[in-house]
Ligand binder design. Structure first.
Ligand SMILES: [Zn+2]
Length: 298
């Protein structure tokens, strides 16, 4: 089994580099200031676009206190997925907050196009938090020039790296699987009713990966302890939908994990006992994907 490393996250204060150490061994590791990236030795890439909570000073100066807190970060996911079955997988994780620019939204889509038509969501440049608090000080929301700057500076580098790695994996291994790792608070009335299931898998309603890959995951999930749903409220965001091409053997799946399964949602602290309980479930999900990949390679 894996060994948990000492937390780098004793508080929710933003840090520039938001990665624990384990991902950095044994593979080519790039640390731009925008993201951390590790090249894949196996046709699985774990993408964590909302891992970061850093906010550049010039952006922070325009934000409210709640904006500066980056409270809607997918906290600790690089740490949660850092275990033996991802040792040879690729990994890319953001350093910057989704409040700077949301990497899981389409930077080329018209600004009024929603990721989830008919439902509440936040956009490429969120103006409010998931609990509807303003992110920016009055009159300080980014103008068109600033939005373009952030797309060039933060959005494109992450996507360029993700895209080129998927292409490299597909060429080298004959198949590539993108695992989009996300997490979210378990109760957010703005986004969904009631309490979210623990594990929310999204396959763009069956279009982002082979059905047999989803079936392999379903067959491994425990009967008790954790609730799950496929293509419920979260069917997969922009990255899951955009890079998937199952007919060309590029498959993607998103897991939106309830933060109630591993952290204290009010203090934003890692809860070791809860994390240690859910990690074997995540590990079995990754193992199911790996078993499926190995069958496709034959
Ligand atoms: Zn997310």
């Amino acid at each position: 089994m894996f060994v948990l490393r000492a937390s780098l996250y004793s508080t929710a204060m933003p840090r520039r580099i938001a990665l624990t150490g384990g991902w950095e061994t044994g593979h080519i590791m790039v640390k731009s200031d925008i993201y951390s990236f590790r090249e894949a030795d196996y046709p699985l890439l774990v993408s964590i676009p909302h891992n970061g909570f850093a906010i550049p000073e010039e952006v922070s100066a325009t934000m409210t206190e709640v904006g500066k807190s980056s409270r809607d970060t997918d906290w600790f996911l690089d740490r949660l997925y850092d275990f033996d079955v991802t040792n040879d997988a690729g990994m890319i994780a953001s350093h910057y907050s989704r409040y700077v620019v949301d990497l899981n939204r389409d930077a080329n889509a018209p600004s009024n196009q929603s990721l989830y038509p008919g439902q509440n969501t936040t956009g490429l440049f969120p103006k409010i938090t998931f609990d509807q608090s303003p992110i920016y000080l009055a009159g300080k929301e980014p103008d068109a020039d600033e939005r373009s700057r952030r797309i060039e500076r933060f959005w494109h580098p992450y996507h360029d790296q993700l895209n080129s790695e998927l292409k490299r994996m597909r060429a080298k291994f004959g198949i590539a699987v993108l695992f989009e790792a996300h997490s979210i608070e378990s109760e957010l009335p703005f986004l969904f009713e009631g309490v979210l299931p623990d594990l929310n898998f999204g396959t763009n309603t069956g279009k982002s990966c082979s059905e047999s890959m989803a079936d392999a995951i379903k067959s491994t999930l425990p009967d008790a302890g954790y609730s799950h749903v496929f293509n419920g409220r979260f069917v997969g965001g922009f990255i899951t939908r955009h890079y998937a091409n199952p007919t060309d053997r590029i498959h993607s799946i998103q897991l939106e994990l309830s933060q109630a399964t591993y952290m204290d949602q009010s203090t934003k602290n890692w809860l070791p006992n809860k994390a240690a309980a859910v990690q074997p479930v995540l590990r079995s999900v990754i193992l199911a994907i790996r078993g499926w990949i190995d069958k496709q390679k034959k």
